[in-house]
Design a binder for this molecule. Structure first.
Ligand SMILES: Nc1ncnc2c1ncn2[C@@H]1O[C@H](COP(=O)(O)OP(=O)(O)OP(=O)(O)O)[C@@H](O)[C@H]1O
Ligand SMILES: [Mg+2]
Length: 233
């Protein structure tokens, strides 16, 4: 059953069209990965999905759980069950433990981050500590749909494994969109579908993420413009 659908979505940021007739449908329980070169619009898709005001939808719509959410505000989207691990999460003047009290639907404990709980969110956190803070927030919210924007950036090898396995265990029946530049994260999440985004639109989709990743590693993204890989969907 379809959980999330981007239907011909065009999005403008600061006067620049970043998403261009973007189409993607994700069914309940599936894991998808979105690959693509820097500045192709991956994080913009996340911000448009979450409803950040600067990200102007010029055309098309976003359907979540059969409802058109294109024009509803950020808090309402979170209440509907959408959550994100941000590539560049903001710093907030509130203790992580207090924030979790406000947003938690379920209690989660990650060992070794007790001292972070007493600090203001992301202020002075190392790159990896930010990811721990992001992941504990997302798991606590118990969302139905999770978008992970470069979970792997800034995490060391052990912590990437630790957080990936934690997300998989805690959110095992959930629907996930992973955005990454690294093959390692793909192996933990084993996505059902892989998509390549170039200049704000999907140019290539496959149900074989290993094949797509190998082509990218061997040829870079340039070849994806003319790639003919496609799934049965
Ligand atoms: N708030 C903003 N103001 C101005 N330009 C923006 C803004 N948000 C995005 N853009 C521009 O939109 C384009 C796409 O950016 P986006 O962050 O979506 O790329 P990305 O695919 O996530 O790249 P990366 O892999 O480097 O994270 C870039 O040229 C970026 O500068
Ligand atoms: Mg990005």
């Amino acid at each position: 059953m379809s959980l999330l659908k981007f239907d011909n979505l065009s999005v403008e940021v600061e006067g620049k069209e970043v998403l261009n007739n973007f189409n993607l449908e994700i069914n309940e329980g599936e894991t998808h990965v979105l690959l693509g070169p820097n500045a192709s619009g991956k994080s913009t898709l996340l911000y448009a999905l979450l409803g950040f005001p600067k990200y102007n939808v010029k055309q098309g719509k976003i359907i979540f759980k059969d409802k058109d959410i294109t024009d509803i505000d950020i808090e309402e989207r979170a209440k509907q069950g959408i959550a994100a691990v941000y590539q560049n999460p903001p710093s907030i003047n509130i203790k992580l433990s207090n924030l979790l009290e406000k947003i938690s639907k379920k209690n989660v404990k990650i060992e070794g981050i007790e001292s972070l709980m007493q600090r203001n969110v992301n202020i002075g956190f190392s790159g990896g500590e930010r990811k721990f803070s992001e992941v504990i927030q997302v798991i606590s919210m118990d969302p139905d749909f999770i978008i992970l924007d470069e979970l792997d950036a800034g995490l060391d090898v052990e912590n990437l494994e630790r957080l990936s396995l934690l997300i998989k265990k805690q959110l095992s029946d959930k629907t996930v969109l992973l955005i990454t530049h690294r093959g390692k994260a793909l192996n933990y999440f084993e996505p059902d579908f892989a998509h390549v985004m170039m200049d704000g639109e999907i140019t290539c989709t496959s149900d074989n993420y290993k094949k797509i990743w190998k082509l990218i590693e061997e040829n870079g993204y340039e070849k994806c413009k003319t790639c003919k890989l496609s799934s049965d969907r």
